[in-house]
Design a binder for this molecule. Structure first.
Ligand SMILES: *Cc1c(COP(=O)(O)O)cnc(C)c1O
Length: 760
């Protein structure tokens, strides 16, 4: 890159707002990664933000390495011998620079986009033409907002053809790329399936991609672009054109044929073609297969080998698409090869921060916090890393429960804001965390910084410990068989009666355990498990005499905390509890005291004591409208239409022929039934799902694995999305139709329904 710009020209091109310091030399070369600063003159450092790193943090480093000219957004320390150009947005400025640079050359610019094969086509066009023309092309697969800008800046006076790859991941990005590239020629490799979910639908994705070519003179494609403005100038390539070469081509896979067809088609149309070169198209080491992974992750599967160069390329690629997402590298390496391991670690360290897993160290994919991460899977052939990659691949389950962890976080903060400083937050994760998944939610809540977890049975506590969760855990209903596990797994059992206390103490004597932390549960009016207030002093005396147990907390449970119109009963419970607490605190002043569940925490701030126990509220549910408005729904239950069929008058639908059609109907079959958690009382119109935002009521009885719904007035096809719980049918609404409460709906969601988790 030799831009050869005077400083004043540079300042105009990057849309500088002001200059701090003086600069008289020319500006020649852009750097944005302080690790890649060379000793050349005329380098300018762009402090790019919003990428994985914040370039402003590396200004010092770049300065140490000799850079004196900086393009920045926020002014930090000013060095007397450096010059700072302040701009609004460093990436935008770099793009402006690239755009004006591109405009200063009147040369053909070929843009390539599509879902796959872009880099191969680009390299092959280059291969076929390199003897005839001086070509500048995007390095590697530099096709992002930054990569395209850097590619364009490589154009020089000598360039006769520029080949630029363009890739997008979000709506609106292609327009920016087009304005920079201003292509005169285009190649569209293929449509493919949408790579990420950021686009509303396939059409939107396609038309956005094609907008790159709005102003080209010719577009090369493998398929007709019917009903599209570009169709007139599209040159559709014909497979027959490759036939003369079929026998001698150095590959035989379909993807390579398609790339060869595009590259040769383009070259033949515009230039001379050299047959020998077609037969020597280089096999590119393009092994970076990318696919959607579990938990909203993206998997880069490069499980072919582990040479250091290809590792570097893969890591750069990962960095380029990671944005703010966590990066994880899973490396498969022969455990005896310490030499290679050392080198690999060195390369990986250059890409800090990145989580590194070596496969041979008892590796288990469930140990990773993979949510929304960009995961590179790479290793030596013999390590069979493709098995790991397959394990991480998102399986397309038709029926899915998706849990919005960002909404959980929001709801947690609503509760946290209600608490005074020092009041602890316990999250109830009993019953598989209200159906959301025990391990997953436990780990997430721990990461969010809650203070305690609560479970019903000790087995659930053991499961949490096995998953590596370190938070203190209260067990609400410990059973005799579980006492030993409380000791082994550091769980804190509840004591709810004198007999149970005595059994617990005997078991501790047997195990030789002292000072087991316990929580006393007082019955203040619920009349479920609990020590009655009049037994309390006797219980306290036993505890005081026995070294085996030690009180860590005292609690009770409210019976109608959601009732805000008549608070008398709850207030009575609060008074009774306060009396008991006083008795306990006299002897044990430093314990945890807790009474409120979710509704209690929201409606009775005066009764928080020093901890609250939140369950259903995490899922966005409250009967109090002013809190319900602040909480966000967490659960989405989705499926797809399995089949659509026409029904004539007199036809029956489903078991027992409980529904007989009176007119022509169209019904859709949805693969969810009572074994998934749709109860039979939603049969025959009592329940509904939403398809294309329209309510579609059930027809006939709910079956074990399926329901039928009425779609007579809708355009519905097999594979269309179905909402069971979501923005149209809320969890509360579904619970209401079932004649129950959200708790029962959530905990009744069958284990077989596939769960996914996402963060927004
Ligand atoms: C389930 C449970 C909670 C949580 O109740 P929510 O209404 O879901 O907030 C709190 N305390 C105890 C003892 C529970 O059993």
């Amino acid at each position: 890159m030799k831009l050869n710009l005077s400083f004043s020209e540079f300042f105009i091109r990057v849309k500088g707002l002001k200059v701090i310091g003086n600069w008289s030399a020319n500006v020649d070369q852009v750097v944005y990664d302080s690790r890649k600063v060379s000793s050349a003159e005329g380098q300018v450092f762009f402090a790019l933000q919003g990428d994985f790193r914040n370039g402003h943090d590396f200004i010092e480093d770049a300065y140490e390495k000799g850079i004196r000219l900086f393009v920045i957004e926020d002014l930090g320390e000013v060095r007397p011998d450096a010059c700072y150009v302040v701009v609004e947005n460093c990436l935008k400025s770099l793009q402006e620079l690239a755009k004006t640079h591109r405009e200063s050359f009147n040369i053909p610019v070929l843009a390539i986009t599509g879902s796959t094969g872009k880099t191969t086509v680009k390299e092959w066009v280059y291969h076929l033409l390199k003897g005839q023309l001086h070509i500048t092309r995007s390095p590697k697969s530099y096709n992002s907002q930054l990569g395209v800008a850097l590619s364009l800046l490589m154009i020089t006076e000598e360039t006769q053809l520029a080949i630029i790859e363009a890739g997008i991941s979000k709506p609106g990005e292609m327009e920016l790329l087009r304005e920079m590239i201003q292509p005169t020629l285009g190649i569209f490799t293929n449509i493919g399936s949408a790579h990420r979910e950021n686009f509303e639908n396939a059409e939107q994705h396609l038309s956005e991609k094609l907008s790159l070519f709005n102003k080209v003179s010719v577009l090369f494609s493998l398929q007709k672009l019917e009903n599209h403005d570009l169709s007139e100038k599209t040159h559709v390539l014909d497979r027959k054109d490759l036939e003369p070469y079929l026998k001698t081509l150095p590959f035989s896979d379909e993807a390579s044929y398609q790339s060869a067809l595009l590259a040769t088609g383009f070259v033949k149309y515009k230039f001379r073609i050299d047959n020998d070169k077609i037969n020597s198209l280089p096999r590119l080491a393009l092994r970076l297969e990318t696919f959607d992974g579990i938990d909203n992750s993206l998997i880069i599967n490069d499980t072919y080998n582990l040479d250091l160069d290809s590792l570097k390329i893969a890591l750069e690629y990962q960095l380029s698409i990671a944005k703010d997402n966590t990066r994880i590298a899973i490396i498969g390496l022969d455990k005896d090869n310490q030499g290679l391991k050392k080198q690999v670690v060195e390369v990986l360290q250059g890409f800090h921060p990145i989580q590194i897993f070596f496969c041979h160290e008892g590796f288990n994919t469930s140990d990773m916090a993979i949510n929304s991460a960009i995961v590179l899977v790479k290793g030596q052939r013999a390590q069979q890393m493709e098995k790991i990659a397959q394990k991480l691949k998102l399986k397309h389950h038709k029926t899915q429960l998706a849990f919005n962890l960002s909404a959980v976080k929001n709801n947690l903060s609503i509760f946290k804001n209600k608490l005074s400083a020092g009041t602890k937050l316990l999250c109830m994760v009993k019953a598989q965390s209200y159906g959301a998944g025990l391990e997953k939610m436990g780990a997430f809540l721990e990461k969010c910084g809650v203070d305690y977890l609560g479970v019903a049975y000790s087995d659930e506590g053991v499961e949490l410990r096995m998953a590596g969760i370190k938070l203190p855990i209260i067990v609400m209903n410990p059973e005799e068989d579980g006492y030993e596990n409380c000791v082994l797994y550091n769980l804190e059992p509840t004591v709810y009666s004198q007999t149970q206390l005595e059994e617990l103490i005997k078991e501790m004597i047997y195990l030789g355990k002292e000072r087991l932390p316990i929580h006393l549960k007082i019955d203040t009016g619920m009349h479920r498990l609990g020590i009655s207030p009049n037994e309390l002093s006797e219980v306290l005396e036993v505890i005081q005499a026995q070294p085996e147990v030690e009180i860590k907390g005292v609690y009770s449970h409210l019976a109608e905390a959601e009732n805000t119109s008549s608070k008398a009963f709850t207030e009575g419970q609060i008074t009774t509890f306060s009396g008991c607490v006083e008795q306990v605190l006299n002897k044990y002043p430093d314990i945890i005291v807790h009474l409120c569940n979710s509704e209690g925490a929201l409606n009775f701030p005066e009764a928080h004591f020093n901890m609250v126990r939140v369950g259903i509220g995490l899922y966005g549910i409250s009967k109090n409208p002013s809190f319900a408005a602040l909480l966000k729904p967490v659960v989405e239950w989705k499926s797809v239409v399995s089949q659509v069929k026409e029904i004539s008058p007199g036809d029956s639908v489903g078991y027992g022929r409980s529904f007989i059609a009176e007119e022509n109907l169209k019904i859709a079959v949805i693969p969810v039934g009572y074994a998934d958690g749709i109860p039979r009382n939603l049969s025959n119109g009592k329940g509904a799902v939403f398809i294309h935002q329209q309510r579609c009521a059930t027809v006939g009885r709910v079956c074990m694995d399926m329901i039928m719904v009425n779609v007579t007035h809708l355009r519905v096809e097999e594979g269309d999305r179905v909402e069971i719980i979501g923005s149209h049918q809320t969890l509360e609404q579904l619970a209401h139709d079932m004649g129950t409460i959200p708790y029962e709906v959530l905990t009744g969601l069958s284990k077989r329904v596939y769960r996914t988790y996402f963060e927004e």
